[in-house]
Design a protein around this ligand. Sequence first.
Ligand code: SF4
Ligand code: SF4
Length: 133
Amino acid sequence: MQQLWKYLRRGRATAPALTPDPTPSRGFPAFRFDACIACGRCAPVCPTGVISIADDAPALVRTWSLDYRGCVRCTACQEVCPTQALVPTHQTQLAATSARDLEGVARFQLVRDQSGALVPRRYLAWRKETSHG
Ligand code: SF4
Ligand code: SF4
């Protein structure tokens, strides 16, 4: 009670925190477009299914998207990404004026590989680079 009166007299409602939080939360993953090879490994491991990969074969386009509204910041996508295109942050809160602003979207060109399968151009280049060294 004495302590309360002391703070009330000072005009302060709460005491300052004694120590900073020793366990900062994991944040939302940041997406680095330049590093992404559109391999699609991140989508199936996402427990909430908020990463999607959609191919438009006639247009030769692969669309990658991440809806941050359903992200639980588990880091599973970062762990499987071979190129560190998804990187950790300390951002634990998001604010936006529209739902669209909470979605990350990227588009990649598809090409045919030697077997005739459609693959992202970047993925093909990465596969050649990594198999040579
Ligand atoms: S951090 Fe987890 S929930 Fe969020 S996009 Fe990655 S895999 Fe999905
Ligand atoms: S795993 Fe990484 S490189 Fe592959 S599509 Fe996802 S973000 Fe891009």
